[in-house]
Design a protein around this ligand. Structure first.
Ligand code: CO
Length: 375
């Protein structure tokens, strides 16, 4: 991550984080293996039982407290040079106490990673009994909502990848009839991997017929029949950023009664919501734009979830596109627009694209056909 052309994107993000710490009156952020830790340091790891913490003080240089076995890995991935290592069998809280003294944090206000295990927050409390604690989202939520160019580039490519697989899967047509939802989901995941996806961004959804009416049904052993509407919601990570796209397709045969009208309604609602996106508009306004179309068509009670969610290093993050969220949209924010109508026992329809707010309006990150017919 070190280069000759000035600070890396990760280092710049850490500097912004430090400014925000000052603005909210906190003395440091203490991160744990998480998307926040990756965002600031460039180092990515799964949470584990060993103490692996990144201290980002309001001023000065950040420092890791890490197991010795991670020394080389952190050095390779991160711009952060100060790494305090402890070996299995040693007490890592001694390093934490030492660092707290150097950074003058003993009586400070520390923002801990929201997903830090209680094991470690408890430990911090015991090691630093005079400190007070808050959540790191207080600084990171705001920073991470506005994507930088590196992030937008990855999100665009993850969107294009989902689009490509969406087209390929719809070309199955008649071939999909008789496949189980699970077989179809495996096909989708295979194509995502072939196209260069790192891993699936969330459990792939292939909800056929009545299963499509359960918004978070994943997939099961139900066989796809002629005329079944199938909700296909999937994406894969590219450079750590996810794709998330939904189309509702009938692979072969005639759809059930009422389906075409519901599909048309959802498509119009999605279009209306996308057209409502521009800087300065509160997030809830996008939800209202979609909901109004669906309510006018008489399906208001069947649209049982918010219109969308922010997307970044986490597939679900701020801003949430939901009634009551008055966050004003700003250029660089990325979120899903995914209205749906769910008719219990019959079928569901959902159409989802990711969009990025631009100076004028928005750019869609997905552009595969939104029609329901097989391709
Ligand atoms: Co989504």
């Amino acid at each position: 991550m070190s280069g000759t052309s000035g600070p890396s994107a990760f280092e710049e993000r850490t500097r912004r984080c430090q400014r925000r710490l000052g603005e909210v009156g906190a003395d440091a952020a203490v991160l744990f293996p998480s998307t926040n830790l990756f965002y600031a340091s460039g180092f990515r790891e799964e949470p584990g039982e060993r103490h692996l913490l990144l201290f980002v003080p309001r001023e000065g240089s950040p420092a890791f407290v890490a197991p010795e076995m991670y020394d080389e890995q952190i050095r390779d991935a991160s711009w952060v040079e100060d790494i305090r290592l402890w070996a299995d069998g040693e007490d890592p809280t001694e390093l934490v106490a030492e660092l707290a003294d150097e950074m003058d944090l003993r009586g400070g206000h520390l923002l801990v990673d929201d997903t830090m295990w209680a094991l470690f927050t408890q430990d911090l409390r015991e090691t630093l009994p005079e400190a007070t604690f808050g959540l790191a989202s207080e600084v990171f939520e705001d920073l991470r909502m506005r994507k930088d160019e590196t992030e937008l580039d990855a999100l665009r490519r993850a969107g294009a990848l989902a689009d490509r697989v969406s087209v390929e899967i719809r070309e199955l047509g008649e071939e999909a009839v008789g496949m189980t939802e699970t077989e179809l989901a495996e096909e989708i995941e295979g194509l995502l991997a072939e196209a260069g996806g790192e891993e699936v961004a969330f459990g792939t959804i292939a909800g056929s017929g009545p299963n499509g009416a359960k918004p978070h049904h994943r997939h099961g052993d139900r066989e796809i029949r002629r005329g079944d509407p199938v909700v296909l919601d999937f994406g894969a990570y590219l450079d750590g950023y996810p794709g998330d796209q939904t189309r509702t397709v009938v692979f072969a045969g005639d759809p059930p009664e009422g389906y075409q009208q519901v599909h048309e309604t959802v498509r119009e609602a999605q279009q209306a919501a996308v057209e409502a996106v521009e800087p300065g508009v509160p997030a809830e306004q996008i939800d209202r734009a979609a909901r109004e179309v669906i309510e006018d068509a008489g399906y208001g009670d069947e649209f049982v979830h918010r219109t969308g969610h922010g997307v970044g290093l986490d597939v679900h993050e701020s801003p949430y596109i939901v009634e009551g969220n008055q966050t004003e949209l700003e250029p660089g924010m990325v979120f899903s627009v995914e209205p749906g109508v769910y008719l219990e026992g019959e079928f569901g329809v959902r159409i989802e694209d990711l969009v990025v707010v631009t100076d004028e309006g928005c750019e869609r990150l997905n552009d595969s056909p939104r029609t329901w017919e097989s391709l």
